[in-house]
Design a protein around this ligand. Structure first.
Ligand SMILES: Cc1cc2nc3c(=O)[nH]c(=O)nc-3n(C[C@H](O)[C@H](O)[C@H](O)COP(=O)(O)O)c2cc1C
Ligand code: SF4
Length: 432
């Protein structure tokens, strides 16, 4: 197959959503053999492709790979890089893409991880599967058995649950000491991580993209997307759409096209949550005119994060739904930093009071002051993501705050997923 023939689906090519995980033979038939590449060549190709991490941090992947490799060279006397960790925690309740990749397309993720390990000189790959997802672990176990020829060992670890357990220092802490809590950084894992040595931690989708870039090249990768945001991305869309699920689309796709591909909206929308629970509410009237591209999303103060979107219908109450989410995020604090532990709880209680219509005058101003006080005051980014969500709630649902003060709210619950009660990923490999 020529590179030019391959537009969409890319990552999801050959996927059987309801079926068994793709076997190694099917995988090779779909994508071709995995090329052997010198480490520097791979890192340069990933840099030219402009690939950025898909775990939410949006960090340039090649730069991180090069940093781990360089730290490894400096610390060669202490053993060099220890591992590539596939961060399959997927603790964002609104996301299903990593579970999909690990449970249905394990070889694509393992290809990327094995290539990355070769590029940075790490002897081992560790796949962390959040919440001990049985389907993903079973698929990976089968895949590892079939990959006896891999030049590095692959270890599978069933990880814990909890929103912050997917943060990279928490992943390393769990592997080193069995404690899934973020640690105070620096040193960051790329300098001193698993076993105290430089460690590369990547999201499964990032590594799946590496596997395709290695095969088809940076030029091919850039045939989709925009100059600033090349390639395709996996987006999990849920809420008031007829066909919620995981979709692969090109960066630059209009949000209206994404909604159409997800079966269209099941009722008129009032808002769209972009970027999961660390993300930002955008009023529906503004959201539909945007493209899934960093420049567009920045104009409304948001980013795609880990690619989770929730459509909120007009029959739901944005304030009540947000109060539930903030309560959840406050409860998920790892409890190590005062502003995160106490500040998020106070904010959550205030937003709940606003939603119940029992808040005192000036409550919003107080919440916004706390938001400013909390931001940047944690050891990890958990409180930053949570207060970003709170600020957008108060802005997008400002009219609801007034309405709730004047009387009750008859809206029905939209049941946004919290914890592991997220919707089963109704998966589509649809072309957008
Ligand atoms: C509270 C919190 C939770 C996170 N959870 C995840 C997660 O479940 N999966 C993930 O890949 N990254 C998660 N991240 C981001 C990771 O710290 C890290 O940036 C990412 O795994 C790096 O991979 P990437 O460069 O391929 O995106 C989380 C970050 C924070 C602050
Ligand atoms: S900021 Fe919050 S979640 Fe992050 S380490 Fe501190 S207490 Fe834990």
């Amino acid at each position: 197959m020529s590179a030019g023939d391959r537009l969409l689906p890319r990552l999801l090519a050959g996927l059987d959503p309801g079926g068994e995980p793709m076997t190694l033979a099917e995988h090779v038939r779909t994508h071709g053999e995995l090329p052997m590449m010198a480490g520097q060549v791979l890192i340069e190709e990933v840099a030219h492709a402009g690939l950025r991490g898909r775990g939410g941090g949006d960090f340039p992947t090649a730069r991180k790979m090069a940093a781990v490799a360089a730290c490894g060279v400096k610390r060669r006397s202490r053993g060099g890089p220890s591992a590539v960790i596939v961060n399959g925690s997927e603790t964002e309740p609104a996301s299903g893409k990593d579970r999909l990749l690990l449970s249905k397309l394990p070889h694509l993720v393992l290809d990327g991880a094995v290539l990355a390990a070769g590029a940075i000189g790490a002897p081992e790959v560790i796949v962390m599967v959040g919440g001990n997802e049985r389907g993903a672990l079973r698929a990976l176990e089968g895949a590892v058995v079939d990959r006896a020829q891999d030049p590095v060992g692959v270890q599978l670890v069933g990880g814990p649950q909890g929103y912050v357990s997917g943060e990279e220092s928490a992943v390393v802490h769990y592997l080193n000491a069995g404690v899934a809590l973020p640690t105070f950084v620096p040193p960051r894992p790329y300098e001193r991580g698993y076993r105290g040595r430089p460690t590369l931690i990547q999201n499964p989708e990032t590594l799946a993209q590496v596997a395709l870039i290695a095969r088809f090249g940076a030029h091919w990768f850039r045939e989709l997307g925009t100059t600033a945001d090349p390639g395709s991305a996996l987006v999990t869309i849920s809420g008031a759409v007829r066909a919620p699920g995981v979709y692969e689309l090109a960066f630059g796709t209009p949000i209206s096209d994404l909604l159409a591909a997800a079966g269209g909206t099941s009722e008129p929308l009032q808002a769209l949550l972009v970027g999961g629970y660390f993300g930002t509410w955008v009023a529906a009237s503004r959201a539909v005119g945007l493209r899934l591209a960093r420049d567009d999303l920045r104009t409304v103060g948001c980013s795609l994060g880990s690619g989770a979107l929730i459509a909120l219908g007009q029959s739901a109450c944005g304030l009540h739904e947000s109060a539930r989410v903030i309560d959840y995020l406050a409860a998920e604090s790892a409890g190590q930093c005062g502003p995160c532990l106490h500040g998020l709880r106070a904010v959550a209680d205030s937003v709940a009071a606003l939603a119940e219509g029992v808040a005192s005058r000036g409550e919003e101003a107080r919440v916004l002051r706390w938001v400013g006080d909390i931001e940047g005051r944690g050891a990890c980014h958990h409180p930053n993501g949570a207060v970003r969500f709170v600020a957008s709630t108060l802005s997008v649902f400002a009219d609801d705050v007034e309405r709730h003060r004047d009387g009750g709210c008859a809206a029905r619950s939209a049941g946004l997923p919290l914890g592991r009660d997220r919707p089963a990923a109704v998966v589509s490999a649809g072309r957008l």
